[in-house]
Design a binder for this molecule. Structure first.
Ligand code: SAM
Length: 374
């Protein structure tokens, strides 16, 4: 297995390039990779009509949305309700005229003071009038019968609400940073009109897309049914994505992901068999053991559903712990081989210093694009 440095691909492993892309930017997910990574891989692999691409850790839907642009069928699975919601809204086919009508109707609606009932962690990041506006528009949106239009409007409201909030995210922590914010109605109008414009601008080809709740360790797919996989599992030691969206979850009435479905997470006292990943995790902390055990289960599932010759690209990173760097790119590729894949190469796309809480540098972590083949 070759390890090749390709730092010029580094931005492709981040969300940065998606920030300017219609529809891709309807949900800001720091842990996402870029559309252009998927387009590059699809071109390199020669994917086209009739192929099926899987992303078993779909996040905010980057892989299927890029596939939709190319007219390639795709399936995206995740266990996080807000990711599934965002992916669904981004991937739906809309009637621009109906959307425009719904948006105009909503923006024009006459304000009636609602009852506001939100938990204190939500109340503290909004001014009172903003909270009232959110509650008012949410009630109006929930009256919309068409599920597609309703969810589109709700995503728009969520984005506008966060734009008018004092929430400042710092990993999983949410701090209150008081600053001037625009009136919610104005932010909502801007947001929804921009999203409507995106619907008209987005150039997609006819293709089939499935977005579903599914644990990557138990894929709801037949053996040998997938032509290619582009994915990025949760990173070891990086759990922000579980907690960082609690305000948005509350605004959308969505729950949190179930604990037992999270990669590398267990209830206290759960008994675990690590025999399949034994030498990879010997002497490692429990968190690392659980992570590799779960990832091995996911890799075995991937192998099962891939057609012979299928290509896999997986973005991941070494982790940083108090003790120093925990390698992930290499052991995960070795586990992929154990699952049956040929691990072709690791493209190192980013290098980052690993620092202790006291800011002492204790090594360098590598973010990699792991390329395998069945
Ligand atoms: C690094 S993010 C993926 C980002 C994605 N590539 C994108 O561009 O948005 C990892 C995702 O894995 C999901 N996840 C965690 N455990 C999972 C499991 N057991 N099965 C499926 N998805 C899972 C998380 O909810 C998260 O959305």
């Amino acid at each position: 297995m070759k390890i090749v440095e390709k730092l010029r691909l580094g931005r492709l492993a981040t969300f940065i390039l998606n920030k300017r892309l219609p529809v891709h930017n309807w949900f800001y997910f720091k842990e996402a990779f870029s559309r252009d990574l998927v387009l590059l891989l699809a071109e390199t692999w020669g994917l086209g009509e009739g192929d099926l691409v899987l992303d078993p850790f779909v996040g905010c839907g980057t892989t299927p949305l890029a596939c939709k642009q190319l007219g390639v069928d795709s399936i995206g699975y995740d266990i996080h309700p807000i990711m599934l919601f965002a992916s669904r809204v981004k991937l739906r086919d809309y009637n621009a005229e109906e959307l425009g009508e719904a948006v105009r109707g909503l923006i024009k609606s006459k304000f009636e003071r609602p009852e506001v009932e939100v938990p204190s962690f939500v109340a503290r990041v909004f001014r009172e009038p903003v909270l009232e506006d959110i509650a008012f528009f949410k009630r109006k949106i929930l009256e919309v019968e068409d599920e597609g239009i309703r969810e589109f409007l709700l995503l728009g409201l969520m984005n506008a609400a966060m734009r008018c909030s004092w929430a400042h995210k710092d990993g999983a922590a949410i701090r209150v940073v008081k600053k001037p914010v625009p009136p919610l109605r104005k932010a909502l109008k801007r947001q929804l009109l921009r999203m409507c414009g995106d619907v008209e601008r987005f150039e997609g080809e006819a293709s089939r897309v499935t977005i579903e709740h599914c644990d990557a360790r138990k894929l709801k797919l037949a053996d040998e049914s997938v032509d290619a996989v582009v994915t990025s599992p949760p990173y070891l030691n990086k759990r922000e994505y579980i907690h960082a969206y609690r305000i948005e979850q509350q605004l959308l009435d969505l729950g949190a992901p179930a604990q037992e479905q999270l990669i590398g997470v267990r209830e206290e006292g759960a008994v675990e068999d690590f025999s399949e990943v034994g030498e990879f995790v010997e002497g490692k902390p429990l968190e690392t053991k659980l992570y590799f055990n779960d990832m091995f289960a996911a890799l075995q599932e991937l192998y099962r559903v891939c057609k012979p010759g299928a290509k896999v690209a997986l973005v991941t990173s070494d982790a940083c712990s108090r003790e120093g760097v925990v390698e992930v790119c290499v052991p995960l590729s070795e586990l992929a081989e154990r699952a049956g894949f040929k691990a072709k190469r690791i493209l190192v796309v980013n290098r980052r210093f690993c620092t202790t809480p006291a800011r002492k540098k204790v090594g360098v972590t590598r973010e990699g694009l792991l390329l395998w083949e069945k």
